[in-house]
Design a protein around this ligand. Structure first.
Ligand code: IMP
Length: 209
């Protein structure tokens, strides 16, 4: 019986799964969740598979964008793959930037430009509630699955912290005194939108190898 368990775990640990991203922050976050788990596939990035193309993200929802990114890799490279798409949904801005979070301040903008735009739009507003939402789309052996994670918080009027990426310096999660940019990777993963979605993905992979 134990011989069977050993061979199953060896087969699983030699599998690889492509994460359709070259965002180093996302890669670090997911690798931190997977660290020490020997019964989930190894993760390879787009750089690892030699893909440097800009993958289109033109859909109107996080779900469809995540699918678009994962399907692109499956079609071009024939690899099992997953992709995530994340949006910051701000209540007083009717859910914006949402699916437009990456390029909220326009084509070619950077994280700081996006934060500046959000802070400007929230000036004078007392409701600063916001939610990060991540959708992961997994395409495994031709089957598509979705995993979602979310975290509620508020947008601070000024940046705090230097870690993380994107809107992290202005996002204060509910019941915490530190922004995502003031947390280390493990702390952010424990409560974050992406951490929750990744843990759901991991459970699924463990049950369905
Ligand atoms: P993406 O399309 O999933 O890469 O995410 C869109 C944008 O949301 C990114 O360019 C970041 O600005 C922002 N974003 C995504 N995930 C996070 C996060 O974990 N913290 C802060 N901002 C994030």
């Amino acid at each position: 019986m134990s011989g069977t368990n050993i061979s199953v775990s060896l087969i699983i640990s030699t599998m690889t799964l492509t994460f359709a991203t070259n965002n180093p922050h996302k890669l670090k976050e997911i690798r931190a969740v997977l660290a020490g788990l020997d019964d989930v596939p190894a993760i390879q990035s787009l750089a690892d598979i030699g893909c440097s193309e800009e993958i289109p993200e033109t859909a109107a929802t996080l779900e469809c964008n995540a699918f678009q990114k994962a399907a692109f890799i499956v079609e071009r490279y024939g690899l099992d793959c997953f992709a995530d798409d994340t949006g910051l949904e701000i209540e007083a801005l009717d859910g914006r930037p949402g699916v437009f979070s990456a390029r909220y301040a326009g084509e070619g903008c950077n994280f700081d430009d996006n934060i500046d735009k959000v802070l400007l739009e929230l000036e004078g507003k007392s409701n600063r509630k916001a939610k990060f939402r991540t959708v992961i789309c997994l395409i495994l052996r031709g089957q598509t699955r979705y995993f979602e994670g979310g975290v509620q918080g508020e947008i601070l009027p000024h940046r705090r912290g230097i870690d993380g990426f994107g809107y992290d310096p202005v996002f204060l999660p509910d019941r915490y005194q530190t922004t995502f940019a003031e947390m280390d990777l493990e702390e952010k993963n424990m409560i974050s939108h992406r951490g929750e979605a990744i843990r759901k993905l991991v459970s699924f992979l463990r049950e369905n190898q």
